[in-house]
Design a protein around this ligand. Structure first.
Ligand code: C2E
Ligand code: MG
Ligand code: MG
Ligand code: MG
Length: 280
């Protein structure tokens, strides 16, 4: 007993753990400062439908003054925990809608859609519907060109509340995608009830789709499921022509991935669209 307490006490003063806690606190403070001083920006990854660029997924980038780019996988979970995701998410929505409105005014970019990733806490707290409507209204963006990407886990947190929010935004024309599909715990019964436009096959299934028969079976099943529910099915993380060809052969005609382009700064994304043309 005493020994255990001793160990715990020792663990508490473990300098490595203390350093980790300090690093988190520092990163949190840096995020707040970064949001106030314009260190965040959106990159845009093209999404290809039937050979043409249909739109972009907006992906958040943080250019830290000392550390350079910090990956979303590092700061998004922290922002979720400390609550800063509410402000960060609002910033992303506003920036994405602003971009959407600017593209709508340019002939060759007017047909593009923009997809925004939404985090669970952002969706369930802090007046999410009002936040989206405010971003649309203040920028003049067309709701029908905005897609919100949700993940499976967050939909199950409070199904009735989730459906109510989705239905309300759908009423304005906003579309919904289920991101990373196949990695969570979606119930097929809910899938039928949710007003979705799109399923995104998680890149974890796409990666080895040519060599792992299980991944191939899962990818094909998601395509069949989504298609028969009347949804667009999009493959994420397509890196090779062979992967694209396999997916195409099995009925998946929409994809994103390094095969065409990684997430790009706005100007480079626009140049790519001018080169390839849009889907409309
Ligand atoms: P996600 O929404 O599933 O985004 C796809 C991720 O896969 C992106 O990573 C993208 O850069 C990467 N990717 C795209 N094509 C390929 C490919 O061909 N191969 C490989 N290996 N990777 C590819 P990123 O930008 O690091 O974002 C990671 C995650 O962070 C996102 O996953 C999303 O969950 C989250 N995230 C990014 N931006 C935001 C945001 O604005 N808000 C919220 N809440 N989450 C965000
Ligand atoms: Mg996404
Ligand atoms: Mg994804
Ligand atoms: Mg992901």
């Amino acid at each position: 007993e005493a020994k255990a307490a001793g160990r715990n006490t020792l663990r508490f003063y473990d300098p490595q753990m203390q350093a980790a806690v300090a690093a988190r606190v520092q990163l949190e403070a840096d995020m707040r400062a970064g949001l106030a001083t314009g260190q965040f920006e959106l990159y845009y990854q093209p999404k290809v439908a039937h050979g043409k660029i249909q739109g972009a997924e907006a992906l958040l980038r943080w250019r830290h003054p000392e550390r350079g780019f910090v990956p979303p996988s590092e700061f998004i979970p922290l922002a979720e925990e400390c609550g800063l995701i509410l402000q960060l998410g609002q910033w992303v929505l506003h920036a994405a809608c602003e971009q959407l409105a600017r593209w709508a005014a340019e002939e060759r970019l007017a047909g593009l859609t923009v997809a925004v990733n939404v985090s669970p806490r952002q969706f369930h707290e802090g007046g999410f519907v009002a936040q989206v409507l405010e971003a649309l209204a203040s920028t003049g963006a067309d709701a029908r060109r905005l897609r919100l990407e949700l993940t499976e886990g967050m939909l199950l947190q409070d199904v009735e509340d989730t459906i109510a929010k989705m239905v309300q935004l759908r009423g304005y024309g906003v579309g919904f995608s289920l991101d990373d599909f196949g990695t969570g715990y979606s119930s097929l019964a809910y899938l039928k009830r949710l007003p979705l436009h799109e399923l995104k096959i998680d890149q974890g299934f796409v990666r080895d789709v040519l060599t792992d028969p299980n991944d191939a079976a899962i990818a094909r099943t998601i395509v069949a499921l989504g298609t028969s529910l009347g949804l667009q099915v999009t493959a994420e993380g397509v890196e090779t022509e062979a992967q694209r060809e396999f997916l195409e052969r099995h009925g998946c005609h929409v994809w994103q991935g390094y095969l065409l382009a990684p997430p790009l700064p706005r100007e480079r994304f626009e140049a790519l669209v001018h080169e390839h043309g849009t889907a409309q």
